[in-house]
Design a binder for this molecule. Structure first.
Ligand code: HEC
Ligand code: HEC
Ligand code: HEC
Length: 131
């Protein structure tokens, strides 16, 4: 009898251990919710299709920097025919709120905060608050 209870206890322990990821994520449900990304109210499109932006905005930004700084080109022609000035502060942050958009996703994804804003201006921070 003693031995059976011992075996049952071990089995139970094993079961709890193996299923840990399942009930752990149920208990921690709130932490699995996606970040609340605030989008610009009166704009429908980004400078590129959203799937491209989601996966590749960092390459687009580096490309913009290269074109502006090394080749003195400033105009980006978008997929929907619109033209944009290739500027991190002036264009990206003209539509997006750094704290409520860029930072929220980077924090959620565990991405190290890009160092861009050591030099580039966040207009919202300058104004000293949220819009
Ligand atoms: C004209 C306004 C505008 C500009 C300028 C703009 N965006 Fe966007 N961006 C949007 C809108 C609107 C969406 C959402 C589009 C959608 O959901 O179809 C978006 C989506 C995104 C997304 C994807 C968000 C998600 O849900 O996954 C990223 C990342 C992004 N933008 C980054 C940038 C960066 C970086 C720049 C500058 C290179 C930039 N945006 C410039 C309006 C803009
Ligand atoms: C939907 C999620 C999401 C949003 C919104 C988003 N990013 Fe990112 N960003 C990422 C991810 C994920 C990475 C890291 C990719 C990697 O490491 O390969 C990244 C990386 C970057 C990098 C490269 C960092 C480096 O040091 O190499 C820059 C620059 C950047 N993001 C700028 C922005 C800006 C500016 C905005 C707001 C206009 C923004 N991101 C909005 C998800 C996002
Ligand atoms: C050490 C300071 C510094 C850092 C850090 C920095 N930049 Fe810049 N960046 C500059 C300077 C200076 C220019 C040239 C400004 C000009 O010619 O008007 C520039 C220009 C640019 C431009 C084109 C012009 C504009 O107004 O945006 C882009 C795009 C850009 N940088 C993106 C980035 C991104 C993305 C990061 C982060 C991954 C970054 N930079 C980090 C200093 C910096």
């Amino acid at each position: 009898m003693r031995k059976k209870i011992g075996i049952l206890a071990v089995l139970l322990g094993f079961f709890i251990l193996v299923t840990f990821p399942l009930w752990h994520s149920v208990g921690m449900r709130h932490s699995l919710e996606p970040p609340n990304l605030v989008l610009p109210a009166n704009q429908k499109n980004c400078v590129m299709p959203v799937a491209y932006m989601r996966s590749s905005h960092m390459f687009l930004l580096l490309n913009w920097r290269e074109l502006v700084v090394r080749h003195d080109q400033h105009t980006f022609r978008s997929f929907d025919g619109k033209s944009y000035n290739m500027s991190l502060t002036g264009t990206c942050l003209g539509c997006h709120n750094k704290q409520q958009f860029c930072d929220r996703c980077h924090t959620y994804m565990g991405v190290q905060t890009p160092n861009c804003f050591n030099c580039h201006v966040d207009p919202m921070a300058l104004r000293g608050g949220m819009r």
